[in-house]
Each structure stands twice: as C-alpha cells, then as structure tokens.
Design a protein around this ligand. Structure first.
Ligand code: 13P
Length: 263
C-alpha cells in the first residue's frame, strides 16, 4: 500500500506576524484533506506564534544544532524547537550545505539530535547541475544519503516513520526548472534501495519527497511517479492559493496507510 503523502512547505527566510493569517488559512484548508500530511517549516523565531495560531497543525523548524546546549551563538537546539511548539525540522537543506558549509556528518548529527528529541525530520539531499550534466547525479546523491542518514539503531525505535528524505536537485530550486518524471523516478528508486540497505524492511516506511519548483501545475505529475511520497515546497508554499492545490494533488483516490502523521 502506498505511503501517506507528506506535503511540507519550507518558508525559508519569509514570514512575519502579519503572515500568521496565511498560516491559519493553509492549516484550515489542510484539514479538509485527511489523506495527506501537511506541515509548514517556518523561521525559528516564528515557530511559537505559528504553533499557537494553529495548535493542531504541524509546524517545523528549518535547521537544528546537533548539540543539546552550549556555546553556539545564534543556534537553536532540538529541545528549543520542541519547546517552541515544533514537531519537525528540516536538516541539510542545500542552501545551508552551501552557505553554511554543512557536511554530511554534521547533517547526520543534526538528524540524530532531532529524532532523539522526538521531532520528525526532513533530511535534504540533491545534486548540482554540473554533477547532473556529468552523469553523476544518482551516485552522488546516494553517497550523500549514505553519509547523512541517522544510524540504523533508531530503526528499532520507529525512527523511519519519523524520517523523510527530500530529494531536491539544486538546479531545480527556485528556478522554475523541474526534474523530469523519469529522472525523479530513477533517483527515488535509488534512494529507496539505500534506505532499505540501511534500515531493512523499515526503509520502506521512510517517505521520499521531491522538491524543486513544485507548483500546482506540475504536482500531480510528480506525485504519480513511483516512490514519490510527497513534496517539499518553497515559493509555492507561501500563499494558501498556491499551496492548497498542491495538497489537493496529493490527496489519494484510493486507500493509504491510515496511521501516518508528521506530528
Ligand atoms: P522552490 O519550491 O521555491 O523551488 O524551493 C524548493 C526548496 O528548496 C524547498 O526546500
């Protein structure tokens, strides 16, 4: 049976108090699609206000520090995210891997810290345009996943159900370019194989999201690709009018696993 799809918005560095009404509009609309898990990952400073505004809707962070506490100026711990009302966090987004020079091992440590605190995690991977043009996309991203995946012991504690991988080709982020269904299918199949290698049968429970210029107009085609278990959406998640049709496209016609939830 197909995994319940997760459609998560990544608001990046967007969001003020005046946008809480938009978050409320998205949460209200999401509740009318019970076959889809929906979440919004907002700037850390907005989490608490967003979580108060939409108490039954999953609000997440966009990054987390791997340490529990300490001398890490400007950073936010997993416990702080939870304390503010978050139920999930993104780790390893390419914008951070690039600008903050985050390594695979650092991303892995962040994912483990968040999971062990009880947060769900969306772990991002993706290749550059040069890597894709060189025909190295699948092996590069598979290696990234191998090196950033939280350790397998967690599988016994139900970690795969709280973990999602987001495949986001860097060249497709914010550009209007989208990977072809064939390329997405090839990559997601390779990622599924890596997840099963890491977690055994539980690897089949990890949702694999696609991200990169997902819009209302292309969502249905992307969601129809095997092993696409949802989407991580940037620009088109900022407004309910743009985001809700993407959620609608993920609503299944048939049965899905009933028990999944990001929260
Ligand atoms: P866009 O949907 O704006 O391309 O952003 C994708 C992304 O980076 C989500 O994390």
């Amino acid at each position: 049976m197909a995994l319940k799809k997760l459609v998560a918005g990544n608001w990046k560095m967007h969001g003020l108090s005046s946008d809480l009404a938009e978050i409320k509009a998205i949460a209200d609309a999401a509740s009318t699609f019970p076959g889809v898990d929906v979440a919004l990952c907002v700037p850390a400073i907005l989490i608490e206000r967003a979580a108060r505004a939409v108490p039954n809707f999953p609000i997440g962070g966009q990054d987390v520090h791997h340490a529990e506490k300490g001398a890490h100026t400007g950073c936010v711990s997993a416990q702080m995210l939870l304390d503010a009302g978050a139920s999930l966090t993104i780790v390893g987004h390419s914008e951070r891997r690039d600008a903050q020079r985050e390594s695979d091992s650092e991303v892995k440590a962040k994912a483990e810290a968040a999971l062990s605190c009880g947060l769900s995690v969306i772990l991002c991977v993706g290749e550059s345009l040069e890597t894709r043009k060189a025909g190295q996309a699948v092996q590069t991203v598979a290696a990234q996943v191998d090196a950033s995946l939280p350790d397998g012991e967690g599988a016994a504690a139900g970690v795969p159900a709280r973990l999602a991988i987001a495949y986001e080709p860097i060249w497709a982020i914010g550009t209007g370019e989208v990977a072809s269904p064939d390329d997405i299918g090839e990559m997601h199949a390779a990622l599924r194989a890596r997840l099963v290698a890491a977690y055994g049968d539980a690897g089949d429970q990890v949702r694999i999201l696609y991200g990169g210029s997902v819009k209302a107009g292309n969502a249905a085609e992307i969601f129809a690709v095997p092993d696409v278990d949802g989407a991580l959406v940037g620009g088109a998640s900022l407004k309910a009018d743009d985001f809700v049709p993407i959620i609608a496209a993920a609503q299944p016609a048939g049965a899905v696993e009933a028990e999944r939830s990001i929260a």
